[in-house]
Design a protein around this ligand. Structure first.
Ligand code: BG6
Length: 479
């Protein structure tokens, strides 16, 4: 594998510490990249040694193997303060490090910066020779990409002044999760599912991402974003497009992106009846007092930023007309769990249950992202013995039973960037179509409070009437 210069903006931030630095190290290990350098860019003044210590701490916290840790720490590690030294210093540092280490100029530029800093950062890079190299140059941009349609369009235009779309990797780490990567394989290689994956057989699809944690010291970022921008517009929508898309002509990035965009373009405009937003309030969880969102450090006590969203999306195309897609996500929920539940229609005549009791007896396919990545197919069987008592059983597969440890999503995606594979990244028109879809939710201030540690505002279940509430989903997990 050829050599690489990793240039990371936001190198001393939370994401870099918990995810990026460990993922870079593991990618270097997995791809056996022998020659590389790490240039971290941040806003505060810091020395190279401080960055080196932070890199070492991040690798230790993530339990990266000690030989790999030593290899990373032996590579050139340099810090540049973009706001103090400016972008000229970045250009100088990149040139110097590559010359001294004999690197050929393959540059992976990772922008782990909030949307408000994206345009200035890209302009700064474009004012230097950092984006011009004899090697390859790839730009990775963290989500959320923009804060609405206008800003996303603007950022795309600024990026395209310097970078070709084939160099741009808009990252959504959910696309690197094992269950999500499996979705297309699952759908298109198993005729059992492929042939029933439509409105004739499927009654509804629920995509749930529930988190137990609150804002975890990220209030500065989160209070500006809120759940619709932080989770719905990207993570949950990416899952939705993979579930709903038509088979691509080929399994390449362009063909897949094409089909995903068509899904978003077929979505019916969302109205206020299609969404319920919430914000967690104070509560006692397991005997401990938990503060409400507005009392979190760094959050205004009048904040109307949502920490919960339940949204109904309708895809008005031939395959999905009449099938609701429910997206639900929240912080400070009763449990941490993410799953996709595909609910099939029940049989036309209810033979074995009293009328009205058949609803809970559809076949359900659950694809679980966490905990315990895997999938379960639920169906009814006759309980052994006299009579016709019906029991509900799952056919279950856990990835942990198949592999020792699945790679972290960031490692998977960084490896793809290194290999130049854009399949699991988000194209410019995709990100814009997603912003357009959720535009009516971005400035909503009718936010329902829910106690921390619960399943969200009660109203949310009205939207989801007849479907799993989180408590039901949770029971399934703790079986
Ligand atoms: C991030 C969001 O993209 O995803 C966070 O900004 C969220 O708010 C996180 O907690 C969830 O990711 P994971 O991989 O921990 O489920």
């Amino acid at each position: 594998m050829s050599d690489i210069t990793f240039i990371v903006f936001g190198a001393t931030g939370h994401l870099a510490r918990t995810k990026l630095i460990p993922a870079i190290a593991r990618t270097v290990g997995a791809k056996d990249i022998r020659d590389f350098a790490f240039i971290g860019v941040g806003s505060s003044p810091r020395s190279d040694d401080v960055l080196r210590t932070k890199v070492g701490d991040a690798l230790a916290d993530a339990d990266v193997a000690s030989d790999l840790r030593d290899r990373v720490l032996a590579a050139p590690i340099r810090y540049v303060s973009a706001s103090i030294d400016g972008f000229d210093d970045l250009e100088h540092t990149v040139d110097q490090v590559e010359r001294e280490a004999g690197l050929s100029g393959n540059r992976l530029i990772y922008l782990a910066v909030p949307p408000s800093q994206l345009d200035a950062t890209v302009r700064g890079i474009s004012s230097t020779t950092v984006a011009k190299s004899d090697g390859w140059v790839r730009l990775v941009v963290e989500k959320p990409f923009g804060v609405d349609l206008a800003t996303a369009r603007h950022s795309n235009a600024i990026i395209h002044e310097t970078f070709d779309e084939s160099q741009v990797y808009r990252i959504d780490h959910f696309l690197g999760k094992e269950t999500v990567r499996n979705l297309l394989v699952f759908r298109f290689t198993n005729s059992l599912f492929e042939q029933t994956w439509n409105r004739n057989h499927i009654a509804s699809v629920e995509i749930t991402v529930a988190e137990e944690s609150g804002v975890d010291g990220r209030a500065g970022y989160f209070d500006e974003s809120g759940t619709v921008r932080d989770m719905v517009q990207n993570h949950l929508t990416q899952i939705l497009t993979l579930i709903a898309m038509e088979p691509p002509v080929k399994m390449d990035a362009a063909s897949i992106h094409q089909e995903k965009v068509k899904v978003l373009n077929s979505a019916r405009p969302i109205t206020s009846d299609d969404a319920i937003l919430g914000q967690y309030g104070a509560a006692v969880i397991d005997g401990e007092q938990v503060v409400g969102y507005r009392d979190e450090p760094g959050v205004s006590d009048e904040s109307t930023t949502p920490t919960f969203a339940a949204v109904r999306v309708s895809i008005d195309n031939w395959r999905w007309n009449g099938v609701p897609f429910y997206l639900r996500t929240g912080k400070r929920m009763s449990a941490r769990m993410s799953q996709i539940a595909v609910r099939y229609h029940r049989p036309p005549v209810c033979l074995f249950h009293a009328e009205g009791e058949c609803e809970g007896h559809q076949n359900i396919l659950k694809l679980r992202l966490q905990p315990d990545e895997g999938f379960e197919l639920f169906f009814d069987v006759k309980q052994p013995g006299p009579g016709t008592e019906i029991g509900r059983i799952p056919l279950a597969v856990r990835y942990d039973d198949l592999v020792n440890e699945a790679p972290d999503a960031y490692e998977t995606l960084l490896t793809d960037v290194v290999e130049g594979d854009q399949t699991l990244f988000v194209r410019s028109d995709e990100v814009e179509a997603a912003w357009e879809l959720y535009a009516p939710l971005l400035d909503r201030t009718d936010i329902h409070t829910y106690p921390a540690g619960t399943d969200g505002p009660e109203h949310a279940d009205d939207l989801l009437v007849g479907f799993d509430t989180w408590s039901n989903v949770r029971r399934t997990f703790s079986r």
